[in-house]
Design a protein around this ligand. Sequence first.
Ligand code: 13P
Length: 341
Amino acid sequence: MSERIEDIAIKMVSGGKGLLAADESTATIKKRFDAINLVSTEESRRDYREMLFRSEDAMKKYISGVILYDETLFQKAADGTPFVDVIRAAGGIPGIKVDLGAKPMALFPGETVTEGLDGLADRLAKYYDAGARFAKWRGVIAISDTLPSYGSIKANAHALARYAALCQEAKIVPIVEPEVLMDGVPGTQDLARSEEVTRWTLQIIFEALNEERINLEGMILKPSMVIDGKKLRKASVEQVAERTVKVLKETVPSAVPGIAFLSGGQSTEEATAHLSAINSGYDLPWHVTFSYGRALQDSALKAWNGKKENVAAGQREFSHRAEMNSLAAKGSWKKELEKAA
Ligand code: 13P
């Protein structure tokens, strides 16, 4: 019997669990490996992902699902077990990134529109057969004093909504990810500008989702937080949490079961602290958790450093971040817990 998408969506975001975003494209994972001087090959990518997916403690206790890239969805661990089975054995749900990337948007200098709708219905059927039960599509919204434009938000919202419709028809839960970049040009936008752009983006996104008849109970929203640019970073953890909650309450219907944030270049600890503050002290109508890439992986990648003998050290780091973010999803993370570890 096939599961209802509404039930899968709840499972993805509840119980203090969250998502591991391990869906770096081949080009992006190469950049991450470059930082540890590791050559990116099919084998090194497999070894790295296997290190993460076989972190039993983290996967069983804190991770509800993993977002994979096409190559990884069909890849096998060194002993021949399909990664999809490794993830399922730990109780996780396999998911798949299906967009084909943000491409320069014609006539909109400095802005992008995400591609990948052509042939998507066929790809979704193939991914479903391979075990994927949710998908991800990321629209990128530039930010500066003059960006984004209405045209680029509209184009990205439309693509996200069309993608979500195709997913739901294929019995796959769509993660709708509109990422308002943290750093615009010149990377100094303040909290007020981030709040304004995030609100505008989410309003247009939900209009588009409604126009395309999306079942809100069968989707997950993956937004960025309302945060000031990296070079500025003056806002306190409490201010980020307060503005983020305010904008989400104004724009996200309570029918949406869950919100799973991206980390977007925040430091690992910042991403955890912000999530925990959002989950403490506010009455929220949705489950609010993490769908972090870098904020879950950075320390594990460094500890592993591409070496077999460091697999256990990498897994310890990953488990630690997963545990900290699980506590944050319940609003009970404390800075002292980082030091204790
Ligand atoms: P980050 O948490 O590194 O931003 O990645 C999450 C993600 O899936 C971006 O699309």
